[in-house]
Ligand binder design. Structure first.
Ligand SMILES: Cc1cc2nc3c(=O)[nH]c(=O)nc-3n(C[C@H](O)[C@H](O)[C@H](O)COP(=O)(O)OP(=O)(O)OC[C@H]3O[C@@H](n4cnc5c(N)ncnc54)[C@H](O)[C@@H]3O)c2cc1C
Length: 559
């Protein structure tokens, strides 16, 4: 490639870096380093001005390596790489140095030391950049068909959205019917529309859509392959079939917690959960009754600290519906905090109070108590506002419980090699930057399988997941990152150490000229480096993180 010509761009990131690191001093310093032919600072290197400066400098100084010292590669690496590519430079000849998260932000009270550390970090980046090699990405064809697992309101919306774009969808539902939890729900907040109306119209649209093939009473037995080329085996009551798909959307929902043993649930016949109440209301009114609803049962407690979000509105909805159908009924909602967020929910809550529903706040230190013989007859609760205990007559006690992960989560997580959160829900790649994607390319997550959500939130996620999945399927191909592991088959001893270590199942032993060697599926490999670090024969090279590049960085640190 001839002479190495590096351009360095040091970003102020407004005051994020500039207020603590002496950016002009860093620029002055790097100008004297080997192979650096151009260095400048920018207020925001990611701005249009900053990007043009990079492209201009590549042409003007004939740069063949670019180093940007700024914020984080998580958000900005693609942007700077694209700038290099647009200026005709292979994007893998770009090196990112993070002088914000690990420098200015953590050394705000020591600006001089922060500046010295920034110089060290940039010097290391330049040393690595000097040795970078151009890499080429392989093109992988994408089958224009998606597998949607779960036929609840969210899975059906994702399927319809993809089908409307002309893409084929294989919709797999383990039950005999599409609809999920909503099949058992009476009416929906805040419109009080019948849940069956929404489900019915969605099921009709799914059934009538020529692009959607629905498999009822079916589970996905196994999945192999990678983004663009997944092979799934479906099991429909013992009958197996195979489908080839380009992408997978997980929408298997969650289930209502059954709070066995709490407040007499399971023992007292008139203590029920919200979903059981919904089913009774679906069958007909409750008559003039005294109903006590207890919120946050099994939620926001030490063993399950999260809030399901929508259950307060479910309690408000059902309390109001009882009052509407039997104005003589007396209904109390015992709550810890009432989550009536947004523009509609607060009004819905206010109207509920106007219609005579009584709300009483309780604390965890004095939870409500059920009194009665063989059935609940009264609920005793410490009324925080009145500062005394009150006894409420109860013909029925309704427990508002959170959504909890389905038992299937573990099995599907292992099958698709995607992670679960601490609570057992599916874990997205990044809460803010990749909220409906898994780290494994081509697999997406939406609805209450990801986190308890109401219908509106679930549908937004369904559309987002469908939109993301549609991009590679409509483009017809993807170009996975070229930063992958590379096996030297002559050196590989076929010991197999790497195979079980790979978190993405990208490596397998294959037969070559009478011996076994490791083979890396480039489209699956994420370049994490686990195999390279473990290989006893040093047969695995990590593209873009070769030993020489890392060693050069270390040497630069101590030089
Ligand atoms: C009592 C109660 C009342 C509610 N009331 C309201 C309301 O009024 N308004 C509102 O906005 N929200 C309400 N919700 C929340 C609402 O139910 C959820 O937002 C919605 O169900 C989420 O849809 P989903 O498709 O993600 O999940 P689900 O409805 O759980 O559907 C998931 C589907 O996946 C299927 N599945 C599971 N595992 C597999 C597998 N391994 N393979 C294939 N298929 C599988 C399930 O059988 C199911 O059909 C209520 C919830 C409860 C519990």
């Amino acid at each position: 490639m001839g002479e190495t010509r590096i351009g360095v761009f040091v970003c102020h990131c407004g005051t994020n870096i500039g207020a603590y690191v002496d950016v002009p001093q860093v620029v002055e310093y790097v100008r004297g380093l080997p192979n650096v032919v151009h260095a400048e600072c920018n207020l925001f290197t990611c701005s249009e001005e900053g990007i043009s400066a990079i492209k201009k400098a590549i042409a003007e100084y004939n740069l063949n390596r670019v180093v940007v010292a700024s914020c984080t590669p998580r958000t900005h690496e693609p942007l700077f790489r694209a700038a290099c590519e647009e200026a005709g430079l292979n994007k893998y000849l770009f090196e990112f140095v993070n002088i914000r998260d690990q420098c200015s932000w953590v050394h705000m009270r020591e600006p001089e030391k922060a500046t010295e550390k920034a110089k060290d970090l940039v010097r290391m980046g330049i040393a690595k950049a000097s040795l970078l090699e151009p890499l080429e990405e392989v093109e992988v064809q994408v089958t224009p068909s998606a597998l949607v697992i779960g036929g609840g309101v969210v899975g059906m919306n994702a399927a319809l959205n993809l089908a409307e774009q002309g893409l084929e969808v294989q919709l797999v539902e383990k039950e005999k019917q599409l609809g999920g939890i909503l099949l058992h729900v009476h009416k929906l907040f805040t419109t009080d529309e019948e849940a069956s109306k929404l489900v019915g119209s969605l099921v009709q649209k799914v059934k009538n859509h020529s692009q959607i093939k629905t498999y009822l009473s079916t589970k996905v037995k196994s999945v192999s392959g990678f983004m663009g080329n997944f092979d799934a085996t479906l099991d429909q009551n013992g009958k197996e079939s195979n489908v080839k798909v380009g992408t997978i959307i997980v929408a298997i929902g969650a289930e209502e917690l059954k709070p066995a043993g709490q407040y007499g649930y399971g023992k007292l016949p008139n203590v029920v959960t919200q979903l059981e109440l919904e089913q009774r209301m679906k069958r007909g009114g409750l008559g003039g009754q005294n109903v006590v609803i207890i919120n946050c049962v099994g939620a926001r407690v030490p063993e399950r600290t999260y809030c399901s979000g929508f259950c307060c509105m479910t309690a408000v909805k059902n309390a109001t519906l009882i009052k509407q159908s039997s104005p003589e009924a007396r209904v109390w909602v015992l709550h810890r905090d009432l989550m009536a967020y947004g523009v509609e929910f607060e009004d819905y809550y206010r109207k509920s109070m106007e219609q005579g529903v009584r709300f009483i706040r309780y604390g965890l230190e004095k939870p409500p108590e059920i009194m009665g013989d063989g059935k609940a007859e009264k609920v005793k609760v410490w009324h925080q506002l009145r500062g005394r205990e009150v006894e409420l007559p109860a013909d029925m006690v309704v427990l508002t419980t959170p959504l909890v992960p389905r038992g299937d989560n573990e099995e599907i997580s292992k099958m698709l090699k995607v992670p679960l959160s601490e609570q057992g829900f599916f874990l997205e790649a990044h809460l803010k930057l990749m909220p409906i994607e898994f780290a494994t390319d081509g697999i997406y997550i939406c609805g209450s399988a990801r986190w308890p959500t109401d219908i509106a939130g679930g549908i937004s996620q369904a559309y987002a997941a469908a939109a993301k999945a549609a991009i590679p399927m409509r483009t017809g191909y993807v170009k996975p990152e070229a930063i992958t592991a590379l096996v030297d088959e002559d050196i590989c001893s076929g010991c197999g150490t790497c195979e079980p270590l790979c978190p993405f199942k990208a490596i397998e032993l294959q037969a070559r000229n009478g011996k076994k060697v490791s083979h890396v599926a480039e489209a699956v490999c994420k370049g994490c480096g686990t195999c390279g670090a473990a290989c006893p024969s040093e047969a695995i090279t990590m593209n873009h993180f070769r030993d020489v590049e890392i060693l050069a960085q270390i040497e630069a640190l101590f030089s």
